[in-house]
Design a protein around this ligand. Sequence first.
Ligand code: MG
Length: 385
Amino acid sequence: MSGCATLILAGGSGARMGSDVPKQYLDLCGLPVLRRTVTVFLDHPLVDNVQVVIGEEDKNNYEAAVTGLDLPDPVIGGITRQASSRKGLEGLASTNPDIVLIHDAARALIDAATIDAVISALDLNHAVLPGIPVADTLKRVLGDTAIVSDTIDRTTLWRAQTPQGFRFDKILDAHRQFENEDLTDDAAVAERAGTDVAMVRGNENNFKITTQDDLERAKTMMSSSMGDTRIGTGFDVHAFGDGDCLTLCGIEIDHEQGLEGHSDADVAMHAITDALLGAIAAGDIGNHFPPSDEKWRGAASYVFLEHAAKLISDRNGSIANIDLTIICETPKIGPHRVRMQESLASLLSIEVSRISVKATTTEKLGFTGRNEGIAAQAVAAVRLP
Ligand code: MG
């Protein structure tokens, strides 16, 4: 048996969002909703592994959203939420965890304290969910006329949230036994199987991002908690040398010369990496990847960039924007600009619109003017909680 597993249900469509892209893949302050949700659980000390359940048609969205995270292949869900949940549980069966948390991908503002409360209550219960007592007066409205038929006593009513926690064997059995019922949450499946389900108090902020208004509300909340804006700058130079191509922003460009360097000499990516490290005062690229270390000879520079990005995400930060200037007489940057932006956006899991790639010459002056090498400078803004 192995501790606590988490199942994240990301099979929903974007129907109520009015978007072609399902809500869990939309941007929430620089990172996809799903990535934010998954990261909270991956970072939680009591969670041992995270399994995501996705829609068949969302494989590409999924891969883009979770690039670089330590996750097993996704499980493909079913037609209903209940079916998706069961498939996810079956996918975890071989690892046989003691307990499982089942969470909606669209609840990206889940906090560690709610996860703690659910796990802790599982010591004494087989099934636990977080919820909020209903504060508003509830009205029943019948028909199309929107006429109120009666007022419902709310004193015993709670709004159900996730993550819902279960003894793994209990909830898997319950799902297998009541597989065709289309129940709307896993607690209902446990109830159906006769298991007592305990309620713990959830967090009002742990709402499900369902509509465009919800997404805006989540962005506002997230932004207000990310008020520490940092700026970093980076500068780098590499000399031309033998070769017939060079790499800039991860894009290989045919050229009459290559660039000299210990790694792949991607001068542009080095400048950006230093800007990101500078923004969080985490030293420079040479501290993290010493040129004296043979390990980095010929290394692809995306390793450096992803390391800087991980240091930022480890601090729950996000990259607000990057502005790169490449300074050279040759090669021409313009034809490659869009691919460079896309390459960086994909490596950093941020929107292309947050990355600017510019180029200039020094009017034939200085070493870049004499076409002896390429210089690059970058500015990055990073937001931290
Ligand atoms: Mg360099």
